[in-house]
Write a protein that binds this ligand. Structure first.
Ligand code: PEP
Ligand code: MN
Length: 337
């Protein structure tokens, strides 16, 4: 339930509602934004009585929240969340371009790619230091050395960096280096990892599980918000279907659904969705046209030699073209509002 206070409600009136919620053994969560204060009720067992709260001075409305996710929902927070990472804004009204190699391979490789993607217009550098690989024989990432390379990239280029924490054990270490911490598709329902992310002060980029419904994905985000971390960026990266003309099937319909259901920013990863370089630019254009707040794209300076995901990695010149295309699509989309 959401208790909406009148615009003129006094701090004492708000405190009285909070105390009443707590007295019922529930958690009271004030919701940011807007002109008036709203207080979300969490951890209630069963339905709450609206009339009970309506009797309090200063209460305008008490609205039952019907969806299973609370804190991530538009019902709880109508105002879109915009996440600030240094100078970079992610969310409503912004188009954030994240690019870089699948895996950090060396300092030279990363610096070279980072300079090129920055020149093309990227805002954030990506690169995996810990890689979740399907085969235990594949390259597993440079690990802490890779994180040090990312820190060097940030120092040299000024670009914030996003990298994945593949499990609970490495989370603390990744948190020390990353500006944004990625939780990958294979971990979307790793609840202890989600709880750890909920305690972090860093933004979390939460990829959609490759076989997860949108509701399951939003519930995964709910774990992070429930833990106290409200900075979650959702990332659609393709789901498993019967099709094999691409590695996964990019579910672009997820974008308008998430925009309607949630206030969180949503970006699209066309690289893991398609697995094929030739599909990345068209899917990126479509993702921006459908309303995504940004893209995460794999770019490599020598994709044929990449230690992972070379086939889906763009050449830097292709990324430059992608940036030009999506920027003009974004501008058309936004000037019509
Ligand atoms: C990645 O972004 O490097 C990655 C492994 O993505 P996903 O978790 O979507 O497969
Ligand atoms: Mn990859």
């Amino acid at each position: 339930m959401l208790v909406v206070m009148c615009q003129q409600a006094t701090p004492d009136e708000i405190d009285a509602v909070v105390a009443a919620i707590q007295a019922k053994g529930c958690t009271a969560r004030p919701i940011p934004g807007g002109e008036r204060v709203a207080i979300g009720i969490l951890h209630n067992k069963g339905a709450m009585e609206a009339s009970y709260f309506l009797a309090f001075p200063g209460v305008k409305d008490a609205i039952p929240v019907t969806c299973p996710y609370k804190l991530v929902s538009r019902e709880f927070q109508p105002k879109a969340t915009v996440i600030q990472v240094g100078d970079v804004s992610i969310g409503n009204g912004h188009l954030t371009l994240i690019a870089g190699p699948c895996a950090v391979e060396s300092e030279t490789q990363c610096l070279n790619i980072a300079r090129k993607i920055r020149r093309a217009g990227a805002h954030v550098f990506r690169g995996g230091a810990f890689k979740p690989r399907t085969s235990p024989y594949s390259f597993q990432g440079l690990q802490e050395k890779g994180l040090q390379v990312l820190a060097r990239v940030r120092d040299e280029t000024g670009l914030p960096v996003v990298t994945e924490a593949i499990d609970h054990d490495v989370f603390d270490l990744v948190e020390q280096y990353a500006d944004i911490i990625q939780i990958g598709t294979r971990n979307m329902q790793n609840y202890s990892l989600l709880r750890r992310a909920g305690q972090s002060h860093k933004p979390i980029l939460l990829k959609r599980g490759m076989a997860a419904t949108i509701e399951e994905w939003l519930m995964a985000a709910e774990y992070i918000l429930e833990g106290g971390n409200t900075q979650v960026i959702l990332c659609e990266r393709g789901i498993r279907t019967f099709a094999h003309h691409s590695r996964n099937t990019l579910d672009l319909s997820a974008v308008p659904v998430v925009l309607k259901e949630s206030h969180l920013p949503i970006i699209v990863d066309p690289s893991h969705a398609s697995g094929r370089r030739d599909q990345v630019i068209p899917l990126s254009r479509a993702a921006v046209a459908v309303g995504a707040h940004g893209l995460m794209v794999e770019v490599h300076d020598a994709p044929e030699k990449a230690l992972s995901d070379g086939a889906q990695s763009l050449y830097p010149e292709q990324f430059e073209m992608l940036c030009r295309h999506v920027r003009s699509i974004f501008d058309v989309f936004h000037s019509s509002h």
